[in-house]
Design a protein around this ligand. Structure first.
Ligand code: NAD
Ligand code: IPM
Ligand code: MN
Length: 350
């Protein structure tokens, strides 16, 4: 039996609630596919500030580094918004420390959910895209100065940083339609002009890649007017963050989207794209779909277990097509109901 070490970072708010479901889903897949998972839990984010005065304690980073894959729930919340060290700083530190420069965020309108998209069904229909977000550069990691009356956030990109994320986007596109939309703000930003030059140069002579460039403001509009026209969206850190929350509504709810952060020599990090949702935390009503989708990516992209990952994705589809709906999807199902339904669907499909 193949055995894998999974580091769980439940975090804050709904993070622990959806992490518990992801773990249950992985255990169900393991039982069916002959895989054994050893889970270790480590303190992270606000919970780690409370316990260790540090959002990313050294022991947590060590547990993450030495695992085969890392699963994160979510971090942050109003309790820590005034803390000198914020939970979010722990997340940025973890991404940087593990070298995870490529954040992959698939957005797909799952069959049967067309009516739940806030977009008109005819606009949402056929949406199936992947946002490839640069994750360790740009405004997030530039020089910062913060004073009472003035503040500064620097935005840096090197050609090498743009090249490596572009290569990832091209590889993903080559397995799909080959269409890549690079999103920037080249009419204003120097880093975007560098971005556009590098992406254009790398696409030259690549017959499998059909590249176009769209300014980020226009891309934000096009995403909700003609989402099905996109396939792979390649973009920098902040634009990718914003566009992925926007794109999530196409699929019905932010609670359904998962992500993989890859690129380092060590383990990948898998996390739903949503946050800690303080407004619904503790009620047991969070949609665990994004956590389950992230667990499926952990299997496929983190451990190379494609069949197991596809089985988990199919189980999520099955639970949704059976009509399971958490409140964000207009229903009354609880987080645990959805978790149970997905685990049962995994076992039933075996
Ligand atoms: P959020 O994503 O937590 O919530 C936005 C809205 O979406 C809320 O109304 C929430 O109830 C809803 N929502 C989110 N996930 C849901 C789910 N699984 N099921 C049902 N509804 C869901 O964003 P926010 O409120 O802006 O941020 C809250 C905190 O989370 C902040 O501290 C922020 O920094 C942090 N955050 C963390 C991550 C992460 O850990 N990866 C990501 C985004 C935001
Ligand atoms: C995300 C989140 C994070 C980001 C925050 C919490 C640092 O919004 O993962 O999308 O901006 O990357
Ligand atoms: Mn975000």
């Amino acid at each position: 039996m193949s055995s894998f070490q999974i580091c769980l970072l439940p975090g804050d708010g709904i993070g622990p609630e959806v992490t518990a479901v992801a773990r249950q889903a992985l255990e169900a897949v393991g039982a069916v596919h002959g895989l054994s998972f050893a889970f270790t839990e480590a303190a992270f984010g606000g919970a780690a500030i409370d316990a260790h005065a540090d959002p990313l304690p050294a022991a947590t980073l060590e547990a993450a580094r030495t695992a085969d894959a890392v699963f994160l729930g979510a971090v942050g919340g109003p309790k820590w918004d005034v803390a000198p060290k914020r939970p979010e700083a722990g997340l940025l530190g973890l991404r940087k420390a593990l070298g995870l420069y490529a954040n992959i965020r698939p957005v797909k309108l799952r069959p049967g959910l067309e009516d739940l998209s806030p977009l008109k069904p005819e606009r949402a229909a056929g949406a199936d895209l992947v946002i490839v977000r640069e994750l360790t550069g740009g405004l997030y990691f530039g020089e910062k100065r913060e004073g009472e009356d003035a503040a500064f956030d620097g935005c840096d990109y090197s050609a090498a940083e743009v090249e490596r994320i572009t290569e990832i986007a091209f590889q993903i596109a080559a397995r799909r339609s080959g269409r890549v939309t690079s999103v920037d703000k080249a009419n204003v930003l120097a880093t975007s002009r560098l971005w556009r030059r590098v992406v254009t140069r790398l696409a030259a002579g690549r017959e499998e890649i059909a590249l176009d460039h769209v300014l980020v403001d226009a891309a934000a509009m096009a995403l909700v007017t003609r989402p099905a026209s996109f396939d792979v969206i390649l973009t920098e850190n902040l634009f990718g963050d914003i566009l992925s929350d926007e794109a999530s509504v196409i699929a019905g709810s932010i609670g359904l989207l998962g992500s993989a952060s890859l690129g380092g020599d060590g383990p990948g990090l898998f996390e739903p794209i949503h946050g800690s949702a303080p407004d619904i935390a503790g009620q047991g009503v969070a949609n665990p779909g994004g956590a389950i989708a992230s667990a499926a990516m952990l299997l496929r992209d983190g451990l190379g277990l494609h069949e197991a990952g596809d089985a988990l994705d199919a189980a999520l589809d099955a639970a949704l097509s059976d009509g399971l709906r958490t409140p964000d999807l207009g229903g009354g199902a609880k987080t645990a109901d959805m978790g149970r339904a997905v685990a049962e669907a995994v076992l039933k499909a075996a």
